[in-house]
Design a protein around this ligand. Structure first.
Ligand code: FES
Length: 356
């Protein structure tokens, strides 16, 4: 759809009001609007998908939008928005209150990013990698770690997620053939909790209620439902991300990652002998994901403190376990990780830290 296209209100729409002279730009679509209607209702009339699981009741907190212009044209904040500051509003709870002006806003998903499917010089290159999925088939029995979780002759899909502080990338694979079925990417919608991990830790700890995770889950649900497969054929999801993003996604308390000595609660529990690995495994439906009811979400292990599951995924990708040379791994993102260790020493270190 062309940017800034004008959509006059059709006579049959339920959107009514007085003088329609407020110019609303929502996700780069434009229409003239009347006072009294919520931003969510206007988004719906424009065909814009706003995440929600409470259907505009002000409960789920997923319908956050960023208002970049015209905040003065909107109604005052309501108690349901007390967790939001600055330019962020709940679109179901804020209404146009002026009859002239310009409002510009967008959902937290501002657009697709380009995902590179191939990387140069990775071990294996274009050769077919040996598949070792945790989800396998025995006739019509679908097994997770050898235990039956479903009966189906249909395809078995798995989902990989790179959960960054600023961007989220999903890749859907057929776990029997290794075929990449689809990709998706979007900005991490948790921006309203701050742009860096320390801000998000503070926000998550202060606000409670897993608001950041719930918002992300709403966006993930939309992305998963747009894939060209039945979400119920997805039996496992693997999550890589920095320690904060990973633990927040799994609804863990992230307070300790923001305090010296900057440890995930999984590291602390492992040090106390209460767990044998920093990896995580939870039912996907507990994390509000629309996958198969018995699907598992697996969080890759954390190495140490802020050297998280994203670094572990990187080491896996470059096959560091079989690397004899002295190598460095650098992740340049919101967080930078620079590992300078002889590969095998590093693997032993990783094994000690993660229990894998
Ligand atoms: S739609 Fe749930 S809080 Fe707005």
């Amino acid at each position: 759809m062309a940017n800034d296209a004008v959509y006059p209100i059709e006579p049959h729409t339920k959107i009514e009001g007085g003088h329609m002279s407020v110019e609303l730009h929502f996700n780069n679509q434009r229409r003239d609007v009347a006072p009294g209607i919520s931003l969510f209702d206007y988004a719906e009339s424009l065909g814009i998908n706003v995440p929600t699981s409470c259907r505009k009741q002000g409960n789920c907190k997923e319908c956050v939008v960023e208002v970049t212009e015209g905040m003065d044209c909107l109604s005052a904040r309501v108690p349901a928005e007390k967790h939001l500051e600055g330019n962020f509003r709940l679109s179901c709870s804020c209404r146009i209150v002026k009859d002239s002006g310009i409002v510009r806003c967008h959902t937290m998903r501002r657009g697709e990013m380009r995902i590179e499917r191939d990387a140069l010089h990775l071990p294996g290159g274009n050769q077919k990698l040996k598949l070792e999925p945790a989800v396998t088939r025995d006739g019509d029995r679908i097994l997770l770690d050898g235990a039956e979780i479903a009966r189906s002759t249909g395809p078995i899909h798995g989902l990989a997620m790179d959960l960054g502080t600023t961007a989220v990338v999903l890749r859907l694979l057929n776990l029997e053939t290794g075929e990449v079925i689809a990709d998706a990417s979007f900005e991490n919608p948790q921006r309203f909790g701050g742009s860096d991990v320390m801000s998000r830790i503070h926000y998550d700890t202060e606000e409670g209620g897993h608001l950041l995770q719930r918002t992300l889950a709403g966006y993930l649900t939309h992305a998963i439902e747009e894939f060209p497969v039945d979400p119920k054929t997805i039996y496992e999801m693997v999550v890589a991300g920095n320690s904060t993003m990973r633990d927040m996604f799994f609804r863990l308390n992230v307070y300790s990652i923001g305090q010296s000595p900057y440890r995930s609660s999984t590291e602390l529990e492992m040090a106390d002998g209460h767990r044998t690995t920093t990896s995580l495994a939870e039912p996907a439906n507990k994390l509000l994901l629309p996958l198969h009811p018995k699907a598992r979400a697996y969080g890759m292990p954390i190495i140490s403190g802020h050297v998280g599951a994203d670094a572990a995924a990187c080491m896996l990708a470059v096959d560091v376990a079989n690397e004899e040379r002295l190598i460095a791994i650098m992740d340049i993102g919101t967080n930078r990780i620079d590992c300078r260790q002889p590969a095998q020493t590093f693997c032993r270190f990783l094994s000690r830290r993660t229990g894998v």
